[in-house]
Write a new protein. Structure first.
Length: 146
């Protein structure tokens, strides 16, 4: 009789991931006592949406030369593409680091073929201009935002 290539010759060994109820109690006690660090609380949708809401009805702050449509109807919150603001592979930057930008400028910042340094400079300039306006609009202190 021929053995199928998908069948195991030996049974799987029991792994250490199966733990007894006694081990679970010890683990829970260690978490409560602070032995194992808990993950930092991630902001909820409601906490981040106030920053996105502040961008509604604003002009395009990116205003990329020869790209900007300057159309308030297409303005959306543009997240930073810089790792220092929390951007990663498949992860957006935190909502605090958004700037109102028109559809064309947003596409330029995200998919444009310009140098990364140039796009970072455009976004940083826009953020420096937008930050005090957003702080006034949301009744925030500038130190609180940073």
């Amino acid at each position: 009789m021929k053995r199928s290539p998908l069948q195991r010759k030996t049974p799987l060994k029991r792994g250490s991931w199966k733990s007894s109820p006694v081990d679970q109690k010890d683990w829970r006690a260690e978490v409560r006592s602070g032995g194992i660090k808990r993950r930092a609380k991630r902001p909820t949708v409601a906490e981040g949406s106030k920053y996105l809401e502040a961008c509604r009805g604003e002009r395009c702050y990116l205003a990329v030369f020869s790209v900007c449509l300057n159309d308030p109807a297409t303005v959306v919150p543009c997240h930073s593409n810089q790792a220092r603001h929390g951007k990663g592979m498949g992860i957006k930057a935190r909502h605090e680091f958004t700037v109102p930008g028109c559809r064309a400028c947003h596409a330029f910042i995200d998919q444009g073929n310009a140098a990364r340094e140039y796009k970072f400079d455009v976004w940083d300039r826009a953020y420096a201009e937008w930050e005090p306006v957003r702080a006034r609009k949301m009744n925030l202190e500038l130190e609180e935002v940073l």
